[in-house]
Design a protein around this ligand. Structure first.
Ligand SMILES: O=C[C@H](O)COP(=O)(O)O
Length: 340
């Protein structure tokens, strides 16, 4: 690795996408994981100032306006894992969230934008809420994602963590967001981290596994990069920044390091892994920044729900307000967009 210098920019300011194929020969093939390549993991370096310089260039490099911005925001909606992960979640709240997931943007706005059939990427809930979400989303094509494995800290015994995965899958969750044991990363026990994620992946079966790294608790960007590699080697379908419960959640810096790890893994193994920034992403402007970062680093092909998700409980409301402004020229109060 790795995150040492910025990629070559072409004269029109877009990244040199030639080296990142839009569709790799293994496109669409689920990442099966690889053997644990310890030399690769241990030898990885991350230059923090290079990361910060690269991130600082992002807002100015790609500003999308007007109809293009509306199109990007619709894309962002389609990639949201609409989330509720609160201690006071109820079946009723989950049902309301699912209704929003089916129709995330007001019909009149979609009509004005010439868009039909828009849904979010998934609905993400705690395991006991899975059956309610599955019922409420029946026939919609919107998958249910469940957090599991002792979310958010992951410090429950392994049999219980595995049982949580099996329970959520049996109840109909198609995606499982697991949390890793941060101590394995902090002590450099890469074998233990690999075995843990591998075991979770086996318990998931056909359900896709998103590995939450909880980057705000990993200490260094180098640890974030190494943990990303190990999770992918262990068969993660997505790597995800945060639970939303850490003191520091998704940041552009950790996101850059993670998408570079995804790119390096793709180049080395040929397998595509998705990226899910999560936690604290609340505004349309932030969503555009993350889409832009991902597009610049991984190419247009990554801006699809199969390879990119926002984990967010309160992003949709601001996106809908911005779309309303684009269509009508007016902003409505945030309370007019409940649950989003
Ligand atoms: O996985 C998703 C996160 O828990 C959502 O975090 P948030 O509530 O800060 O948007």
């Amino acid at each position: 690795m790795t995150v040492q210098e910025t990629p070559q920019a072409t004269p029109n300011g877009t990244p040199d996408a030639a080296s990142y194929p839009a569709f790799h020969p293994t496109h669409g093939v689920r990442n099966p994981g690889t053997a644990l390549e310890l030399d690769w993991v241990r030898g990885a370096q991350v230059n923090r100032s290079a990361v910060e310089r690269r991130v600082a260039t992002l807002p100015g490099r790609r500003t999308v306006k007007n109809v293009h911005q509306a199109a990007w925001l619709l894309k962002a909606v389609s990639c949201i894992d609409l989330t509720t992960l609160a201690g006071d979640d109820t079946p009723g709240r989950v049902r309301r969230l699912c209704a929003k997931a089916r129709r995330p943007v007001r019909e009149d706005l979609l009509e004005a934008l010439g868009m039909t059939g828009l849904t979010v990427g998934a609905v993400c809930v705690y395991p006991t809420m899975v059956p309610h979400a599955v019922r409420a989303l029946s026939g919609s094509g919107v998958p249910v994602a469940s957090v599991a494995t002792g979310f958010p800290a992951g410090l429950t015994p392994m049999p219980q963590r595995l049982e949580e995965i099996r329970y959520a899958v049996a109840e109909g969750a198609a995606e499982i967001d697991i949390v890793v044991t941060r101590a394995f990363v902090l002590t450099g026990d890469w074998e233990a981290l690999y075995d843990e994620v591998r075991t979770f992946r086996e318990a998931c079966g056909e359900a896709h596994l998103k590995a939450i790294l909880a980057t705000g608790e990993l200490g260094t960007l180098r640890n974030v990069y190494k943990a990303s590699l190990v999770a992918m080697m262990a068969g993660a379908d997505f790597i995800k920044t945060s639970t939303g419960k850490e003191a520091e959640n998704a940041t552009p810096e950790v996101s850059l390091v993670m998408v570079r790890a995804i790119r390096d893994y793709l180049e080395r193994t040929g397998y595509e892994v998705g990226f899910k920034p999560a936690g604290g992403i609340r505004t349309a402007k932030e969503a555009l920044l993350w889409l832009s970062l991902t597009k610049e680093e991984l190419g247009r092909a990554w801006l699809e729900p199969g390879r990119f998700r926002f984990g967010a409980s309160s992003l949709l409301g601001d996106i809908e307000r911005q779309l309303e402004h684009f269509v009508t020229g007016r902003y409505s109060a945030a309370y007019r967009h409940p649950l989003a």
